[in-house]
Design a protein. Sequence first.
Length: 183
Amino acid sequence: MEDKAIIDLYIARDEQAIQCTKEKYGRRLGRLAYEILRDRQTAEECENDTYWKVWNAIPPHQPYDYFYAFLVRLVRNTAFDRCRSRKNKASAEELCVELEDGIPGADNMEEEVDGVLLREALDRFLATLPEEKRKVFVRRYWYMDSVKCIAEGYGMSESKVKSILFRCRNQLKQYLKKEGYVV
């Protein structure tokens, strides 16, 4: 079923919308939740919570042009909320360690407010990357895919993926310094 038809079901408050969403995107959403949580049962609960959040969000939201991205954002936020509540940050910790040298932390309220500007700077940085590098970077740090999964998905060696990520992190660090961030 097309995304538009699924969203129309949500707007009409037809419970079939949840089943259609699960059939079309459930496997990917569940995998993403699992990559964050590393616990199948909790990932399944997180996926189900996401369907409830979608039910409550549509309407008023009508994400016709970005339904999958809308779902991904909800499942990621739900999974990270579970991590914080369980204090189980093992898989997310690995990614944070990789990026910690390139992104400044929030030590006070001023830096936290500056997060919006940082997000915009990250968006501008990603726009400077060639498509292949941007996709590798986003798959690693947004979708939390493993290096092996990215390599298989793009027909690259794992060492090439690691090299791209290393160079992108260094470029990000330099870009943020140029933007005035203390890295």
